[in-house]
Design a protein around this ligand. Sequence first.
Ligand code: SF4
Ligand code: ZN
Length: 348
Amino acid sequence: MPAPPCASCHKARAALRRPRSGQALCGTCFCAAFEAEVLHTVVAGRLLPRGAVVAVGASGGKDSTVLAHVLRELAPRLGISLQLVAVDEGIGGYRDAALAAVRRQAARWELPLTVVAYADLFGGWTMDAVARSTAGSGRSRSCCTFCGVLRRRALEEGARLVGATHIVTGHNADDMAETLLMNFLRGDVGRLARGGGLGSPGEGGALPRCRPLHLASQKEVVLYAHFRRLDYFSEECVYAPEAFRGHARDLLKLLEAARPSAVLDLVHSAERLALAPSARPAPAGACSRCGALASRALCQACALLDGLDRGRPRLAIGKGRRGLDEMGPPGLHRGQVQTPASEAVPSF
Ligand code: SF4
Ligand code: ZN
């Protein structure tokens, strides 16, 4: 059966059906709609003020690649400038290839790129060294626990280095829904209290962070990359987790099969979530070592590094620290299957 005409331009043949709305669109109209929706997310949420210098956390994976591409298209209208900031975690056989993809993107799009390395920022610690140090203690889970905390810090440092006023990351709606489910399942009130998808306003001197793709489904991110012919890195990290996130992802797939709007419903729920005053965690103070926001004497990053330096990494991820990312990271490096464009493009 021939494809129907595009429901937007009525000229070209439709090349896809939008996964959630079922609307049949040609590739050009789909990409235009996707970009308009991200623009609306940024403007309606007042995420990036005019004049903002925006550090894009660039991993080379599909989400950050799509984010950088869309923001580059929108930058003149938003009045913002972009800087790519990539983090080299020091993972042999993985990160070098991913960074090569980021370098190609920066060159093609003529965007400034800065790479910050764990080894330089964290007293010589690379993820490979952390993995060796934590071997035998639930290795893959520990790796992502450390890496999630350290990457957040590294991205902050890189963004400051380039004079950024804001940080954006490529988390999509599926990532957000998985994280919300995990926070509920673990009873992580601290994270639930910090709310939904829009990001953090920059408490405690940290740069404001936001997630302009937080309403975009993973399938549509893949479709956008496909129709814009974006070059991204899709292999999984060698420490890809067998972590709690995988269970949340499986659960979400079941929910989505029964109720296609489940992902977005969860994201919207998170935005409206309000905890009773008695359930809210106490306000955080400052880390005694680095000054970052901390609910204990040391912030998460300093506590992890302290444990590593003492040769007792388990101390830093034990009781009371389950709020650290034992769930494994969202996005490319999570070891999640990249939905191939051929699967994501519905055929007629
Ligand atoms: Fe770090 Fe991601 Fe690899 Fe885990 S999967 S070690 S978070 S890069
Ligand atoms: Zn600290």
